[in-house]
Design a protein. Structure first.
Ligand code: SR1
Ligand code: MG
Length: 429
């Protein structure tokens, strides 16, 4: 189906959306029946946009429209509509690189900042499933394929320098979304900021200690610089478990509106961080001992599979014939050259692992002390229990950020997480 640049921006609520969709022949046919009978429901529970599910006699679609402001906060925080353009561009590229792992694009209207996608049914937002202690057997394999392919094939390992720079340029305008990350993840949780919040009074002391912790401030500042100044590959940019839809047998990555060229470890770290938060939150949720143990064991196993699977697939792509301008083959001739290049590949992955660990830590801390929290912790009703889970996660996150080098393998992370599972932190209040 074709895109459409016609018309000025306006927010499409139900009636206007119905008229709009009825005017797009392909979508009208896909939905089927009389447009007046279409069921339209606004289901957006993210922080930024409107999302509608539209169902007709024949089929259904998902419609996403960017608002000119941050939905979570309101009109006082304007945000460019151009993010819908970057999201569409990223989804198109991801569909080429990781077919079947993103929703099919059906229609895009640049002026309305509106994108229509296939309706993912019966998929649910993975985070909601994790809160219910669900396990997703295909997830590790699918997400590692997604990350390995989207990151490798948009990097200098696979592209010519010219192609790579064209890619950077295509996403360079998405800086307002990068700025949200720069502020909310890499800065605000470590200083007094109006929008910060945490589980008070229990975490008041921990929040204050974060603001005084200069070793942590150095570590987060290094990560911020890496985020700002390392255009290694096209990132999803917000790859948390709320940006992934799942069934037992399928995984779809959605919502890449934060896409830009940045450090690969940021995407990998996002996945690891969100699994770690699901692990620490588990102790606070009402579930039987058996359910809890099975879920927590699965989460830790999945964390290990996410790194090992990603690293294996990424290296396989690199070894299989990388055509990019980085590491020219002519510099590594013969058997000795091949052996030296392989050693360098291992060193590259070790650096990428360290980046992922640091970024994962940053992602955990922002969800506990910053503006945007997640339901893994938020749905723990008893604030004391919630604070216990959060304090354990923060203890691990600080170590991952400040003592990154002590985590040499992903098992070092899962072992440390397991040790903290029943740790009793001192809480304030
Ligand atoms: C103001 S936007 C807050 C957060 O929502 C998105 O999902 C991103 O994670 C962003 O940081
Ligand atoms: Mg999102």
């Amino acid at each position: 189906m074709t895109g459409d640049r016609a018309g000025d921006y306006r927010i499409l609520h139900e009636a206007a959306l119905r008229d709009y969709l009825a005017g797009v022949a392909d979508l009208k046919a896909l939905l089927g029946g009389d447009p007046a009978s279409w069921a339209i429901t606004e289901v957006g529970d993210g922080n930024l946009n409107l999302v509608f599910i539209v169902k007709g006699a024949r089929g259904g679609i998902a419609v996403k429209q960017a608002l000119p402001y941050v939905r979570l906060v309101g009109e006082s925080w304007p945000l460019p509509l151009s993010r819908a353009h970057y999201e569409y561009l990223a989804l198109s590229r991801q569909a080429e690189l990781a077919p079947g792992l993103v929703p099919a694009l059906l229609h895009h209207n640049e002026k309305l900042a509106l994108t229509v996608m296939e309706l993912l049914e019966p998929h649910i937002i993975m985070r909601k499933g994790l809160v219910a202690a669900a396990q997703y057997p295909r997830f590790a394999d699918d997400i590692t394929t997604f990350m390995a392919r989207t990151l490798f094939f948009t990097s200098d390992l696979a592209l010519s320098a010219a192609e790579k720079k064209e890619g950077i340029a295509a996403f360079a305008g998405n800086h307002a979304l990068c700025k949200i990350t720069e502020d909310l993840i890499f800065t605000d949780p470590y200083r007094i900021a109006e929008q910060n919040r945490w589980t008070a009074p229990y975490l008041d002391g921990l929040a204050a200690s974060l603001r005084d912790d200069l070793e942590l401030h150095v570590a987060i500042s290094r990560l911020k610089l890496k985020f700002m100044a390392s255009p290694e590959a096209l990132l999803h940019g917000d790859l948390h478990t709320g940006s992934i839809m799942v069934t037992d047998g399928q995984t779809r990555v959605i919502d890449p509106e934060f896409a830009f060229y940045g450090p690969m470890g940021f995407d990998v770290g996002a996945v690891l961080a969100n699994l770690l938060m699901a692990y620490f939150a588990s102790a606070g949720h009402e579930r039987t001992l058996g359910e809890r143990q099975a879920f927590e064991a699965w989460v830790l196993e999945t964390i290990e599979k996410v790194w090992t699977g990603f690293a294996r697939k990424f290296l396989d792509l690199w070894r299989a014939g990388a055509e990019g301008d980085a590491y020219p083959r002519s510099l590594f001739p013969g058997e000795t050259g091949a052996a030296r290049l392989e050693a360098e590949r291992q060193a590259y992955m070790q650096r990428l692992f360290a980046d992922a660990i640091g970024f994962a830590a940053a992602k955990i801390i922002r969800r506990i002390f910053g503006l945007a929290h997640n339901i893994d912790f938020e749905l723990i009703e008893d604030p004391r229990k919630r604070a216990l889970s959060e304090a354990r996660a923060v203890r691990l996150a600080r170590a991952m950020m400040v003592e990154t080098g002590t985590f040499r393998t992903i098992a070092d992370v899962t072992v440390a997480a397991r040790k903290l599972r029943d740790w009793q932190p001192e809480l304030t209040g």
